[in-house]
Design a protein around this ligand. Structure first.
Ligand code: UDX
Length: 452
């Protein structure tokens, strides 16, 4: 099918590349020419494993192209994905003006029957609002009267760092629409993924070939709610285990063992029970606050979601308290930070716990040295206050202690005997309970974990 992706950010780019990979003709639109040129040359502006290979292959196979020309892209496509950002406003509500802009353009250039897919995470009820904006724009700007469209909600469940495999091997596909015709067209588009029949090295399939992926078909609003409820529940699970970790610290239990013990209960499941310095990223914070705001519009107070956010906020403050407990005086001390991104295998630092922790330490007068395998760009206001090092060893050299803030795999392979000799005092806070506590203690480190 001919597909148009509007917005080549994280979601749009991954969706476009994967739809091209399963045989569709995909044109991706962005209004930033430099970005379009970069992508057209097979360069990826974000760090996402494997994305560059898929991008280059599909450009070469003439299945994928990039343009700033939104009108032609809309006219030539059957299915149009809205993948522009919906960043949080200061009051926590989602900023929809990018979506509105695109919906107006679609109304202006639509030339026959189209399916409009809301891929961006939009507030509940937005599908109807997008329909209204497009219809108004057709009314105002479109001479061509025999046009028609249906809006479909098709939320994404991609995790940064595993976005491509999450697309090809999803737990489920969700399609929300009032139009059976639109739903049938979307089922056709996703058929290779639903039937797991796309080409892939069999040894690397995460799901056996020809397994049927569950598809949830619903109305628009329920589909939008599924996205918010999923992210909010995942964030809740993490804040729950972090609260348990805080109790474990007081009673002397090991939260990793507790997580193992409860996770074996099929009703709970082992995933997302890793206690640590809390969740960040561009989705959980935005989606949890947006859902809370939507509830607020109906006079509902979201007591659980509010608690989930509060526990998460306090979790990173606890790290600074642990450092103060250990070093007593922070001023003048040198503290190393290993990992800056909000999670491994990404360069995204949005709402990363490390940023808040480094800010607090700098404000308390510490000298902060940080290293991340991928994030080396200046960190806004922090860039002048934090020394970005070129290796983990540099970040811990002469340090009074170091914090592991992001569980990058390379931190498992460091020479900790060498690190111990390089530090002023061999003390570490393992913010992700990622390192081997017993081995490090045997090597003479003072190991401080979260709930361990
Ligand atoms: C999330 C959802 O997982 C994904 O389905 C949705 O589409 C987008 O938001 P993402 O934000 O990329 O994906 O990362 P994720 O792997 O979910 O981690 C989110 C945060 O939770 C990270 O800061 C991570 O460090 C933290 N986390 C995750 C924990 O603290 N403990 C865990 O057990 C798991």
């Amino acid at each position: 099918m001919n597909v148009c992706i509007i917005g080549t950010g994280y979601v749009g780019l991954v969706t476009g590349v994967c739809l091209a990979e399963i045989g569709n003709n995909v044109i991706c639109v962005d209004k930033i020419k430099e970005k379009v040129d970069l992508l057209s040359n097979g360069k990826v502006p974000i760090y996402e494993p494997e994305l560059d290979n898929f991008l280059q292959r599909n450009i070469k196979n003439d299945k994928l192209a990039f343009t700033t020309n939104i009108s032609d892209a809309i006219k030539e496509s059957d299915i149009i994905y809205i993948c522009v950002g919906t960043p949080p406003l200061s009051n926590g509500q989602a900023d929809l003006h990018y979506v509105e802009e695109v919906a107006c353009e679609i109304g202006k250039y639509i030339n026959d029957e189209k399916i409009i897919v809301n891929k961006s995470t939009v507030p509940i009820g937005s599908g109807d609002w997008v329909s209204m904006v497009i219809s108004d724009s057709i009314e105002k700007n479109n001479k061509n009267k025999n046009v028609s469209f249906n809006v479909v909600s098709n939320p994404e469940f991609l995790r940064e760092g595993s976005a491509i495999s999450d697309t090809f091997f999803p737990d489920r596909i969700v399609i929300g629409s009032s139009s059976k015709k639109a739903i049938d067209k979307m089922l056709k588009l996703y058929e290779p993924i639903i039937n797991q029949s796309f080409n892939w090295r069999d040894s690397e399939r995460l799901i056996p070939k020809n397994t049927k992926i569950p598809v949830v078909i619903s109305d628009l609003t329920s589909s939008e709610m599924i996205k918010y409820a999923a992210n909010s529940f995942l964030a809740t699970k993490i804040s729950f285990i972090n609260e348990i970790a805080n109790i474990c610290e007081k009673v002397g239990a090991d939260v990793s063992k507790v997580a193992e013990g409860i996770g074996l209960d099929k009703r709970i499941g082992p995933a997302f029970l890793n206690a640590g310095i809390g969740w960040g990223g561009s989705c959980f914070p935005k989606d949890v606050s947006a859902l809370s705001n939507i509830a607020g519009e109906y006079g509902l107070s979201t007591q659980i979601l509010n608690a989930v956010v509060n526990v998460n906020r306090e979790q990173r403050l606890k790290i600074t308290q642990k450092i103060q407990n250990e070093l007593k005086i922070i001023k003048g001390k040198t503290i190393g930070v290993l990992g800056i991104s909000f999670k491994p295998d990404t360069d995204d630092t949005r709402e990363a716990p490390s940023i808040k922790i480094m800010n607090d330490l700098v404000n308390l007068g510490a000298r902060v040295k940080a290293y991340d395998p991928i994030v080396s760009a200046a960190l806004g206001s922090l860039s002048k206050k934090v020394e970005i090092c070129s290796s983990a060893y540099e970040a811990v050299r002469g340090a009074d202690m170091f914090i592991l803030a992001t569980e990058w795999e390379e931190f498992l392979k460091l020479d900790y005997a060498k690190i111990k000799d390089m530090m002023r005092s061999p003390v570490l806070i393992d913010g992700r309970n990622y390192l081997d506590k017993n081995s490090l203690e045997k090597q003479g480190f003072k190991y401080i974990g979260i709930g361990r």
